[in-house]
Design a protein around this ligand. Sequence first.
Ligand code: ADP
Ligand code: ADP
Ligand code: MG
Length: 587
Amino acid sequence: MHIAVVIQDRCQFKKCNYECRTYCPPVRMGIDVVVITEKGYPRIVEELCEGCGICVHKCPFEAVKIIGLPEELQEDLVHQYGENGFRLYRLPTVQSGKVIGLLGPNGVGKTTALKILSGEVIPNLGDFNTAPSWDRVIEHFSGTVMADYFLKLRDGDIRTALKPQYVDKIPRVFSGRVKDLLANVDASRVDEVASMLDIEKSLNRDVDKLSGGELQSVAIAATLLKDADVYFFDEPSSYLDISQRLKIASIIKNLAEKKIVFVVEHDLAILDFLADATHILYGSEGAYGIVSQVRATRNAINSYLQGYLREENIRFREWKIEFVEHPPKKRMDLPILVSWPYIKKRYEDFILEVQPGEIKIGEVIGVVGPNATGKTTFVKILAGVLKPDEGSIENEVKVSYKPQYIKPQFEGTVEELLYVTLKDKMSNGFFKAEVMHPLNIRHIMSKEVQDLSGGEMQQLAIALCLGRDADLYLLDEPSAYLDSNQRMIAAKVIRRVMENTGKSALVVDHDVYFIDIIADNIMVFEGEPAVHGVGKGPYNMRNGMNEFLQGVGITFRRDKESRRPRINTPGSYTDREQKARGEYYYA
Ligand code: ADP
Ligand code: ADP
Ligand code: MG
């Protein structure tokens, strides 16, 4: 069996000659395999298509996918977004008393699966021409636990609550104070839940004035306030710092003691800590996704990194994601790019102090620490955008800065934006091969900047940042909205650019795996958020992570098989033993 997919996001029928149709062998013999629809998109008639794949290679925009799939998968088709649309095969299993994780790249149906299980989308079982109905779904799944689940969902005997993926959109659908937003859900428990998530101070603020992290916490609070039987959290960690991630992880774990809980999460350290069992989703972005059988989360993550499902004997990625305990670069050998003495910067309500330090040429410095401890402020001081009250940057350097929140102002396509901003850099071979290609920019070239997904926007912002000429590249939370795989790729891209050009980078991020892969050395920010921040370092990874994790109160060990860092269960023997030795990270 093969499926034919036309990815409408990519299809630019106005800019091509319908190569998918022109070169199709059956079409040339008079068989209408590819027809042009009223809207202008090509429609590939699957029953007639022989699966030769010539259209795939001829399409200038890589908008067509013809994919061979095992015949028996057909009966597991759960939902299809129209003819030549995305298909989701199988569903995660419903289990109470456990947090069930969903792990997979962007575009393979994780959100779709959550929408189906939450009742927001009635799956059409592949029949996209008739209106879907729960009755048909229940019959389809008859004899399985899913039939019972959907029956209760249909009859309102199961209530669901979903934390949506994009919290940035909340201000567009709600205006007013946080308190009112939460009171709309359940006024009686607002104070309790607000204190659980540490958002008491935000209650009287307007939703459109919140930072990303605050919005995320409010969205999680609103979900928890709902009196439901099944809870879904679609990417709950974006914008939160590590302590906040751990906090929500504990809250979600507690919730699962009595409820059914599903979580989509790309921060693998957090997923590992949070989910009891995990389904890997794999497939082809925008074309199809398969929900694999559930595994213990440790095995799921290791399989995911390997790109191979042993039980099913399926390789879904050509290469492995590898963690190396990279031997620290010898800092002394490198010349200094920029150095600073003791620095103090005062805002009305906030004081930042930074201890003396330096950045060497060619190194990547990771920056870790809680939200609102002055990381961005420090970055702006380095960039010369802000003047400190005490101390000054000796040799100001030219910086290229990717801010944390990327609000696209640009009216036009990605291609236009890139040419306006980067000009001749666009034809630079190294830039094309080592930045544009791995960040998948060619797939979004003709998209309107305003229409990009969160992940696409992030990849574009990273490419733009790296494309500008500078001595120091400052990237503030580049992992937000990227899937685990894209994070590893972005980390490698940033490293490679620095290694090749001898430039330096300062990367602020909360994903420990990302920091582990990207950083030669790290700076640690501490203090009382929104009141007083202290920046320290750069340290080598071992000392820096020890300093940082001591503040957070957690320890990591390395997984024996994959070498990836894993959070130790708080209070466990290993946790206590490592704390006693002062080894929070490399055990
Ligand atoms: P994930 O959460 O894994 O990133 P999604 O479930 O959001 O994946 O989407 C999977 C694919 O389904 C997307 O690449 C998109 O092409 C398609 N898709 C999602 N929603 C719709 C929709 N409402 N109509 C048509 N296609 C959709
Ligand atoms: P981080 O990057 O660690 O999240 P920031 O440097 O963005 O922290 O902010 C540190 C603190 O300084 C926050 O409490 C923030 O509200 C405050 N702050 C940032 N910029 C300004 C400003 N221009 N005026 C007043 N306060 C500010
Ligand atoms: Mg999603």
